[in-house]
Write a protein that binds this ligand. Structure first.
Ligand SMILES: *Cc1c(COP(=O)(O)O)cnc(C)c1O
Length: 365
């Protein structure tokens, strides 16, 4: 399948140039949407039907659609950037594969990786004028899949809808990179072994909202999840993975919770940073990290820096860790040198301004 394999139904009322430019002056995040979207239907027995590149618009759903009752809903998130005259995406194949794995976990039909990438390329090419040009801005791509069959029996649906739309995104930290404070939640659980923690599914987010609200009430910016079984191992922060920076033999050494528990979301940003660190000859270890170890290492000064990583913010420094037991400021509470250095390197790579030894940068068109 190629980018031309979609029926084209152009938006009869696209934004005017003036309207679009006004949006692009200050897009924020997830507030404005481009003129088009890709939609592809799946019908049991027929498979994925021919998709369409059509006007971004509300959809109609049967009130009995199983997504509204039993929650078969998954999504992804990745970005397109301007890069020396063209437009690129970053590791879209990794998002496509994760989308297929999320689908399998929720008993949904996996969308072929090449269809996912072709859909993104087609939409980006069509709405290329929506990719912002200012530093650190991007066009955020949001693919999703929902069960649309109108049937109340509890079983995997027989009909699905894949949608892909795009939203221009401003620089995440417009007033300079600011560290966040995090609340270690002992009251709520994000994911348990055997559950859906490794799938990017809507239900995980629904279940996280009260914990995030609780973190705000405790004066923190973000919630940090610990494991469901022993209630002592750090898992992730909100919708981002976490990394800890130590020093070993005069070099930085990264430590991040490992994926073997099957309860963490395997982030593309996480994987990219582990690879970049190893490319530099740093140690990057995936292992369990307990709350006790973390707070002891902050208190002793052994832990030098901490940050969270994910597509939306790339890297967010963590300045303060709080729990029901106390509060711990990491080093001087300011963004660390290694954190900011990795952030810069990843952004350079994503914007096509740095060498790309792993072939992560995907040219659109
Ligand atoms: C999407 C997501 C991440 C980050 O993944 P990236 O691929 O780096 O954007 C981390 N944790 C959760 C829970 C997520 O949903």
């Amino acid at each position: 399948m190629t980018a031309t394999d979609f029926d084209l139904r152009p938006n009869p009322r696209p934004h005017s140039d003036a309207e679009r430019l006004k949006v692009l002056e200050s897009p924020g995040f997830g507030r404005f949407f481009t003129d088009h979207m890709v939609s592809i239907r799946y019908v049991e027995g027929q498979g994925w039907l021919r998709g369409a590149l059509e006007a971004y618009a509300p959809i109609t759903l049967d009130p009995a659609a199983s997504v509204l009752h039993y929650g078969q809903a998954i999504f992804e998130g990745f970005k397109a950037y301007r890069a020396d005259g063209g437009i690129v995406t970053f590791r879209p194949d990794a998002n496509a594969r994760r989308f297929a794995r999320s689908a399998e976990r929720l008993a949904m039909p996996p969308l072929p990786v090449e269809t996912f990438i072709a859909a993104a390329d087609a939409l980006i090419a069509r709405d290329a004028a929506w990719v912002p040009t200012a530093p650190d801005t991007s066009l955020y791509l949001r693919p999703l899949m929902i069960a649309t069959e109108g049937v109340l029996g509890v079983r995997p649906a027989h009909e699905y809808l894949f949608l892909l739309f795009a939203s221009p995104a401003g620089a995440y930290f417009s007033g300079g990179v600011k560290p966040v404070s995090v609340w270690i939640s002992e009251d709520y659980v994000r994911a348990a072994p055997g559950g859906t923690g490794t799938a990017k599914c809507a239900g995980n987010y629904a279940a996280s909202l009260v914990a995030q609200r609780d973190a705000l009430a405790k004066g923190c910016d973000q919630v940090v999840w610990i494991d469901a079984v022993e209630r002592k191992w750090i898992e992730e922060m909100g919708g981002m993975n976490v990394m800890f920076v130590y020093e070993e033999g005069g070099k930085p050494s990264l430590v991040t919770p490992d994926l073997s528990s099957g309860t963490l979301l395997p982030g593309v940003t996480r994987d990219s940073l582990l690879t970049l660190a190893r490319d530099r000859g740093w140690r990057a270890t995936e292992r369990r990290v307990s709350v006790d170890e973390l707070t002891a290492d902050i208190a002793s000064g052994k832990l030098k820096e901490a940050f969270a990583c994910g597509t939306a913010a790339v890297i967010t420094p963590i300045g303060l860790v709080k729990s029901a037991r106390g509060a711990w400021t990491i080093a001087d509470g300011q963004p660390g040198k290694v954190t900011m250095d990795l952030r810069h390197q990843l952004l350079e790579l994503q914007h096509g301004r740095a060498p790309d030894p792993h072939g992560w940068v995907h040219r659109v068109g």
